[in-house]
Design a protein. Structure first.
Length: 370
């Protein structure tokens, strides 16, 4: 009896190993194609992330909630993708003093090889100096004697001086972050840049994670970011989605530029096909008696219920809602917008429901009325 049982276990283990081997063999070409299609390779990527949500001088800088912080999720994403641990620097809160940021950034840049790729991200407070007009990213100790923070114009200057790589993708989520696009545009550069910011050089930014969430969604290959539904999320699609999200949810103007050989059509991630063309649309949703701005991120098989992610709220607030709870901003030819209910009869008219809704920027005269 024992001998038969041992034989059966041996056969089952052998069968399991064979199945695992077959799965690996089948999956390997798919993973290889995905790696080849993506415009960046983890082993050649250098990640530098600074997330400052609290400051030494509380009387100068309001703190931000630390729950579900998205800067940490960005770092975890790159680790999961296989970026070597030694090629990731993450400074947060008390770690992010002015001196430490500048020293760590210089060391990190100098270790890259020719042809490598840099991803730089900052979230926290930004401010403009009254006398000079220069923009700074507030380090943890900003406000100490002689400590202004991380000067925005010094970022591309340091990259040009110390980075041997070819391309740099920089994303800033803070007030006046658009100053970086101006700094990059003005300089003679050897490195090719892609710069995406949450606001213009003269605009404040909200405390919500809206900008960073769409950045994460694009990198993770979320189908609703793939505007043309071709299975690839490009840098251009990310920038368009970020601009529309910031205008719709935060009344801000995100900025985006590329220079040199950094093509806007660079593929950031592969994405699956959307099950419904309405996935990705920005909508108004009635929940618990109030109206909230949100995005449709999934649809039921019956296409009668939709999963909503609410702007300004973390994923734990995502919920399935019925058609009756949804209104979507419809733009008339005279540029006025009104809330139109989503019904079975109009939901199939894709020309009335574009994958992304072109919301007006601040000052355009467009408003959403109920």
């Amino acid at each position: 009896m024992g001998t038969k049982r041992n034989r059966l276990l041996w056969y089952w283990r052998r069968a399991g190993l064979i199945v695992a081997a077959l799965l690996f063999v089948c999956a390997a070409p798919i993973l290889a194609r995905a790696e080849a299609a993506r415009g960046w390779q983890p082993e050649r990527t250098w990640v530098f992330v600074v997330g400052t949500l609290e400051w030494k001088h509380e009387e100068m800088w309001d703190s931000f909630p630390k729950e579900n912080r998205r800067d940490r999720e960005l770092v975890r994403f790159f680790r999961r993708q296989g970026v070597p641990f030694a090629q990731i620097v993450y400074l947060r809160d008390r770690e992010a003093t002015e001196q430490r940021i500048e020293d760590a950034f210089t060391r990190h840049l100098s270790r890259a090889r020719p042809g490598d790729f840099l991803f730089l991200y900052y979230t926290g407070h930004g401010y403009q100096e009254e006398d000079s007009g220069d923009t700074y990213l507030a380090s943890w100790d900003a406000g100490d004697d002689g400590v202004r923070g991380w000067a925005v114009h010094s970022i591309p200057a340091a990259i040009e001086r110390h980075f041997k790589g070819a391309r740099a993708l920089i994303a800033l989520d803070n007030c006046y972050s658009g100053a970086l696009t101006r700094a990059v545009r003005r300089m003679e550069s050897r490195v090719s840049y892609a710069v995406l910011t949450s606001s213009t050089s003269s605009q404040v930014s909200t405390a919500n994670w809206t900008f960073t969430e769409i950045l994460l969604a694009a990198l993770e290959g979320k189908a609703y970011v793939d505007t043309n539904n071709d299975g690839e999320i490009t840098l251009a699609e990310l920038s368009a989605q970020a601009k529309e999200d910031m205008a719709f949810a935060e009344d801000q103007r995100a900025t985006f530029i590329t220079t040199g050989a950094f093509s806007p059509q660079t593929v950031l991630a592969l994405a699956g096909k959307r099950a419904d063309e309405r996935i990705g649309a920005r909508v108004l949703v009635r929940s618990e008696g109030d109206w909230y701005k949100g995005r449709i991120i999934d649809a039921s098989r019956s296409k009668s219920r939709f999963l909503i992610h609410y702007y300004g709220y973390d994923d734990s607030y995502d919920e399935w809602v019925s058609l009756r709870q949804i209104r979507w901003p419809h733009v008339r030819s005279n540029r006025r917008a009104f809330a139109r209910p989503l019904t079975q009869s109009n939901s199939v008219r894709l020309q009335d429901w574009p994958p992304t809704l072109r919301m007006a920027r601040m000052g355009s005269g467009m408003s959403v009325v109920m």
